[in-house]
Design a protein around this ligand. Structure first.
Ligand SMILES: Nc1ncnc2c1ncn2[C@@H]1O[C@H](COP(=O)(O)OP(=O)(O)OP(=O)(O)O)[C@@H](O)[C@H]1O
Ligand code: SF4
Ligand SMILES: [Mg+2]
Length: 409
């Protein structure tokens, strides 16, 4: 593992020394990604003003989350903002910026499975769409196999579109109702490799259908003839027909019955292992993510709060937000569930159009201190791949009591 250079430590506080970490790491409104990338400022300017989350463009306020050698994917201080025009505004009224992703950095190793969790609106899908390349970024870099996405040639872009595939949340909506299952699965192959002989296309479709647990003789059926779980299997087969290197699954099971969720998660896990795929698995639910991910990134309001190997994050969460997420998962035992102390996560997710200054979680954090408003908290390295963006993570709070009662359960 190598580390990149940490440029700033804007938020000094007790707890572990930030210097120990030399480095890295919905419905949409009618917005479009803001076009102009920000121009970088010297790092020393960055310390003067506490940056508002998501407005940290070029101010040297990166929160590194650990770097690995030869990653398949490197996301470096990625920012995505949408231009939002208020309803009924005059044409000359300036649009506002909605900071959906406000400076996210992480690396993904080939064959690694990375979970991304966070509440609705925390920027997970926007992050995924930026990595796939369907929306542009407003700052930072995305490198796939060492190539900067923003400066790829058309040929490299085509290769990128083949190498990075997505599985979507609503399986039925993602499939064209007028196409047969065989045609749906084959479509990306025919588009990207039009010279593939028809016989070979049919062979690959049948092979994949079998691999994802669908009978190949259903190849001429239409999506409405399948259950939600089966439709998701069709979506997975379609995503895999081009033999991608990275599969991004955006809430692939949240629209499915609980009884089917585990089957689809297990299928994805098997495919990821057998095909040596790198995977980003996005979900609200930590208990789903931890089964499939080697590491987990916790996002809140477009920023990374904590990163750790899955087991470590599930058993030793350090960030107050992660602790609250874990505490909100019900304990299956009704007696323990009734006795358990629930942490109070006050208030709603703030608007990404005017995120809190400093630590974006401070308006709901039971450990918040006045200086949490002053600057971005540093990403502290706790060792073993565990990083947390909170200098007060060791201080006790109601969340620790909740954690104790969960452990007892
Ligand atoms: N095209 C768009 N135009 C304007 N705003 C958008 C657009 N896409 C997303 N947003 C906004 O960006 C923020 C992050 O949205 P995103 O869909 O990435 O969150 P999410 O974490 O995937 O949420 P969910 O769990 O509900 O899917 C939200 O406030 C959302 O309304
Ligand atoms: S104590 Fe709470 S508000 Fe302050 S930095 Fe940590 S998480 Fe953010
Ligand atoms: Mg989403």
């Amino acid at each position: 593992m190598t580390d990149r250079k940490d440029e700033t430590k804007p938020h000094q506080a007790p707890g572990r020394d930030a210097a120990a970490d030399p480095t890295p790491g919905a419905p949409p409104a009618s917005g479009t990604p803001a076009a102009t990338p920000p121009s970088p400022e010297p790092a020393d300017v960055a310390h003067k003003d506490a940056p508002v989350a998501g407005e940290a463009e070029g101010t040297g306020t990166k929160q590194y989350t650990g770097a690995i050698e030869n990653p398949i994917l490197r996301v470096d201080d990625l920012r995505v903002a949408f231009d939002i025009r208020p309803r009924g505004a005059w044409p000359w009224t300036p649009s506002k910026k909605l900071h959906a992703v406000g400076g996210v950095s992480f690396d993904l190793a080939p064959g690694e499975s990375l979970g991304v969790v966070g509440e609705s609106g925390s920027g997970k899908s926007t992050l995924a769409r930026a990595i796939v390349g369907t929306i542009g970024s407003t700052g930072g870099r995305i490198e796939f196999e060492g190539e900067d996405l923003a400066s790829m040639s058309e040929r490299q872009r085509r290769a990128h579109r083949k190498d990075v595939q997505m599985v979507f949340q609503d399986p039925l909506a993602a499939l064209n109702p007028r196409m047969t299952v065989g045609d749906i699965i084959a479509e990306p192959l025919i588009t990207h490799e039009p010279k593939t002989p028809r016989k070979e296309v049919r062979r690959r479709v049948a092979e994949l259908m079998e691999r994802v647990g669908l009978l190949p003789n259903l190849v001429n059926r239409y999506p409405h003839e399948f259950s939600g779980g089966q439709c998701q299997r069709i979506g997975i087969a379609r995503a895999l027909i081009l033999k991608p290197k990275l599969l991004i699954c955006d809430e692939p099971v949240s629209a499915l019955d609980v009884s089917v969720q585990a089957q689809v998660v297990n299928l994805l896990k098997e495919l990821q292992r057998d095909m040596g795929l790198a995977m980003i698995f996005i979900a609200h639910d930590l208990s789903v993510v931890k089964h499939i991910s080697d590491r987990i990134v916790v996002m809140y309001l477009g920023r990374v709060m904590e990163v750790a190997p899955s087991k470590m994050l599930a058993t030793e969460p350090e960030h107050p937000y992660t602790q609250a997420l874990i505490a909100s998962v019900p304990i299956p035992d009704p007696v323990l569930e009734r006795q358990r102390q629930r942490p109070v996560l006050g208030g709603e997710l703030p608007s990404p159009m005017s995120p809190p200054s400093g630590c974006v979680f401070r308006t709901r954090c039971p450990k918040a201190k006045p200086d949490c408003a002053q600057g971005l908290p540093p990403m502290l390295d706790l060792g073993g791949g565990h990083r947390v963006a909170c200098p007060y993570h060791e201080e006790p709070s109601v969340l620790d009591a909740a954690r104790q009662s969960r452990r007892a359960g």
